[in-house]
Design a protein around this ligand. Structure first.
Ligand code: M6R
Length: 604
């Protein structure tokens, strides 16, 4: 949450800072601001609301200067006001921050006893004020910065510029990601240097990127970048070349990123499939060769939000195909549970961004306690990927819409491939069944393409549902987690109260919510469970529900193609995405940047 950019450049930076922020706006859009060093002074500009407000304010009066920092905010401490917007300037220090400084209240009280009074409610201004205070009590800037970092408890990525130091940016990372990008060096070895919360922000400027590790801080000068670890030792971090395809970010012909990302799924899934299976031989390609599921006694799946629902759904597949117990939990719960471990667990963290704070912490805490830690991510250079023993990259390309869509189906496909590998490693999956499952998986991009063609019908259904105040989704078996994901999609972008229940659970309470006209959406189960689901549909219809059945049967309100159970799951996922999308469009909400949310949840 919150995005940071910084540039130590050779020409004016204001416009480039805003460009970098544009690519980070998915991390938060409560306010935005930049600070540009101009000679000996620092010019700060801030605006409440989306980045466009800042852009308009800068259009006729942009600050001049070659060095600067910028920020897009997702409010944690203090409302979305101009005073609480970053950058925060206190004395000689101007600072931007992503994360939460947990001891901010104590630090603020100490400042007050020192006679320092702050103007904002933020934890960030506390850090700026402390650094300003420490400058007067330290021999060097480095010394003061190190002392500040020693005082801070919590998570942060920081970028700082100083009045009187026109060619310097300090940065630090503890629990919130930060990358340094390097421009082309001149003959004298000097170069432009860039800072960003992720490589996406740096893409317009460079493809040469280093990631800071937790505890690292760096002093960026015009002729050198010095990186130090938490013990103050000077260190080098690898410089990676980031693939250009990671950086293609535009809406194409679509009105929203979310729609574009939904429509991309046949391609994103084909790309992933190509790395996972040999469709000609109907077999898995070699993957994660160092990981042996035969030695594991349990699989633990950890994630948040949509990624958690992908795990929940895949747990049915893994238990069925690989005959191994699967534990799933929300990373935010798991990390604080006193869970018994045998040391033979294979833990799989699933995260689109690879930066979700709870998932990262849960995974990090398991180091040396389990047999292996895998990451299923969309960003192979992310923090979660870097702390894992092995990664499976879902290769969906940048997902900018806050509502996760193509990442969800990519996660499902990757987890299905892991189920197949686990089944094979454990000797419980016959060649015939493996071949049949791979063949079905190979059909998924085509089936997803067929489902996308239902868009006009789904749009019509969405217009009918848009006035509802509550919508319920029901499903059995894999359709239960799918219903949970459908409800999450609906609530996050349409703001309609949506809940999902296991269809069999209905009579244990939730059916009391059904009254005349309540929309209830049911995903049909292919196979033997269908009669049970059909009974549940009849029960809600008998109580006046506005029933919408989705499935291949001819009596379904929305008919999908009749295919195998795995392909059906992907098809339903796309229906759920389009349904939420069209309801949100009908209601005129901000589809790509829904209220109160941010794409990447990098604080607890
Ligand atoms: O980047 P991650 O996959 O770790 O993100 C997890 C959730 O924050 C994310 O899926 C969130 O629930 C989405 N907004 C759902 O559409």
């Amino acid at each position: 949450m919150c995005g940071i950019v910084g540039i130590l450049g050779r020409s004016d930076v204001a416009e480039r800072l805003v460009n970098g922020l544009k690519r980070l706006e998915y991390r938060g859009y409560d306010s935005a601001g930049i600070a540009v060093v101009n000679g000996k002074s620092v010019d700060v500009r801030r605006a409440v609301g989306k980045l466009d407000n800042l852009t308009s304010a800068l259009a006729t009066d942009a600050p001049e200067g070659w060095v600067g920092i910028g920020h897009t905010r997702w409010a944690t401490h203090g409302a979305a006001t101009q005073t609480n917007a970053h950058p925060h300037k206190v004395g000689l220090v101007t600072l931007v921050h992503n994360g939460i400084i947990e001891n901010h209240a104590d630090l603020r009280s100490e400042l007050e006893t020192l006679g320092v009074h702050l103007s904002s409610e933020t934890d960030t201004e506390v850090a700026a004020a402390w650094l300003n205070h420490l400058l007067g009590r330290s021999k060097t800037l480095d010394d003061a910065f190190q002392k500040l970092l020693d005082k801070l408890v919590g998570s942060y990525a920081l970028a700082v510029v100083f009045e009187g130091y026109p060619e310097l940016i300090f940065v630090a990372r503890q629990g919130s990601p930060l990358a340094i990008g390097y421009g082309q060096p001149d003959a004298d070895g000097s170069m432009e240097v860039f800072v960003g919360s992720d490589a996406l922000a740096l893409a317009p400027f460079t493809d040469q990127v280093s990631y800071l590790e937790d505890g690292d801080w760096a002093a960026i000068h015009s002729d050198r970048v010095e990186i130090f670890n938490r013990n103050g030792a000077k260190i080098a971090r690898d410089v990676l070349t980031i693939a250009a395809q990671d950086f293609v970010v535009d809406k194409g012909p679509w009105p929203h990123y979310m729609r574009k990302e939904i429509e991309e799924q046949p391609d994103s899934l084909s790309r992933l499939l190509g790395t996972l299976v040999d469709s000609g031989a109907a077999n898995l390609k070699p993957c994660l060769e160092g990981i042996d599921f035969a030695k594991a006694d349990r699989i633990v799946l950890l994630a948040c939000g949509t990624a958690h629902y992908a795990c929940h759904l895949a747990s049915y597949w893994i238990e069925d195909i690989a005959r191994i117990p699967v534990e799933i939990d929300l990373a935010s719960e798991y990390r604080y549970r006193n869970r018994p471990l045998t040391g033979r667990e294979i833990v799989i963290a699933v995260s689109q961004s690879g930066e979700t704070a709870d998932t990262l912490s849960a995974l990090t805490a398991l180091a040396d306690q389990v047999a292996a830690r895998l990451a299923v991510v969309n960003v192979p250079t992310s923090s979660i990927a870097r702390v894992s023993d092995a990664i499976l990259n879902i290769q969906a390309g940048p997902e900018i819409g806050v509502a996760s869509t193509k990442a969800f189906t990519g996660q499902l496909m990757a987890l299905m491939a892991l189920a197949l590998k686990a089944g094979r490693d454990r000797g419980v999956l016959s060649e015939d069944r493996l071949g049949a499952l791979v063949t079905e998986l190979t059909s998924v991009p085509r089936i997803v393409g067929d489902t996308l063609r239902l868009a006009p019908e789904i749009d019509a259904l969405a217009r009918r549902l848009a006035p509802a105040s509550d919508i319920y989704f029901l499903g059995r078996d894999v359709n239960y987690p799918l219903a949970l994901e459908a409800a999450l999609k609906m609530k996050e972008i349409s703001y309609i109260h949506a809940e999902a229940y296991a269809a069999g659970e209905l009579k244990h309470g939730p059916i009391a919510l059904v009254e005349d006209g309540t929309p209830v959406i049911i995903f049909e189960n292919p196979g033997e469970l269908n009669e049970k689901t059909a009974s549940n549909a009849a029960e809600v219809a008998a109580r006046g529900a506005d029933l919408v059945t989705i499935g291949p049967s001819k009596n379904c309100a929305l008919r999908t193609t009749a295919v195998g159970p795995i392909a059906t799951t992907f098809s339903y996922a796309v229906v759920a995405q389009l349904l939420a999308y069209f309801v949100a469009v009908a209601k005129g909400t901000d589809v790509d940047q829904p209220r109160n949310l941010a794409k990447s949840v990098t604080v607890e």
